[in-house]
Design a protein around this ligand. Sequence first.
Ligand SMILES: Cc1cc2nc3c(=O)[nH]c(=O)nc-3n(C[C@H](O)[C@H](O)[C@H](O)COP(=O)(O)OP(=O)(O)OC[C@H]3O[C@@H](n4cnc5c(N)ncnc54)[C@H](O)[C@@H]3O)c2cc1C
Length: 285
Amino acid sequence: MKPASFAYHAPASIEEAVALLGTFAAEDGRILAGGQSLVPTMAFRLSKPAHLIDINGIAALEKLTVENGSVSIGACVRHAAFHRPAVAGPLGALLTNVVRHIAHYPIRLRGTFCGSLAHADPASEWCLVAATLGAEMTAVSTRGTHTIAAADFFAGIMTTELAEDELLAAARLPLLPSDVRFGFCEFSRRAGDYAIAMALATLRIANGVIVEPRVGVGGAEAFARRIPEAEAALTGRPPEAAVLRAAAAAAADAIEPLEDIQADAAYRRDLVRAMTRRALEQACA
Ligand SMILES: Cc1cc2nc3c(=O)[nH]c(=O)nc-3n(C[C@H](O)[C@H](O)[C@H](O)COP(=O)(O)OP(=O)(O)OC[C@H]3O[C@@H](n4cnc5c(N)ncnc54)[C@H](O)[C@@H]3O)c2cc1C
């Protein structure tokens, strides 16, 4: 099928883009970023935006900048920007590890980090990274600019707290100190498929015990999130197999699993247990 007809707009600045969004959002005006999620749904006529606001010509949105202890990822930064470490230290290595699980190479050349967050697929790897590390989103509209913490950003399956007239101009991730360790594990049926379940863990080991653990789970619930029950099971305890297993079990118990054609609730819960344990084993190795 071909998409339904739409008006195409190519703003040259953020101001122009949000002005267009302000004018057309109520008529189903949509941002076009990498197009790797939006265009297929248009081709199937699952979405029929009347106006497409293409942000790909806005140079200011291509920036990836490190300042004040965090990296700011502009709305047009592609997944492929992370094929090699984009920032120094554990964060650069973490992003490089995760990106190869997103779709396939040609999709990663076009799809954007912020587009993934705005699209909010439950199985998006970048949503899991944002939720686990505590990203901050910069939302811009004609009404002004405000910041949304990751913990408040994701609201449901493909639903965020972005208002319909807001552009996600950038996402900010905190840099990780050099002694932070991480682990990431994902299960999908074929390489490049969306995850059925995945887990990301970061932690430090000091004086023989686990310090400041963060455990996030994605693909298993309506949106990716940190699992405090798993973090509590790790904090102050030695990085031993029994402790990691207990934390993984806590994560599996804490979730409300999605059920779909790929996996029922019991299977997804079991996958979360396995993905979390493996991510923690990587982090503690
Ligand atoms: C075959 C295939 C496999 C895939 N596998 C995976 C996978 O394993 N993991 C994964 O995470 N993704 C996967 N994807 C999706 C891909 O990563 C997309 O790139 C991503 O979901 C959306 O980014 P985009 O820049 O392409 O956004 P677009 O498709 O341009 O937009 C998606 C939606 O977000 C909105 N939007 C985009 N950017 C902004 C913004 N800055 N501000 C406000 N709204 C915005 C759009 O209006 C639209 O509603 C896959 C896609 C395909 C086609």
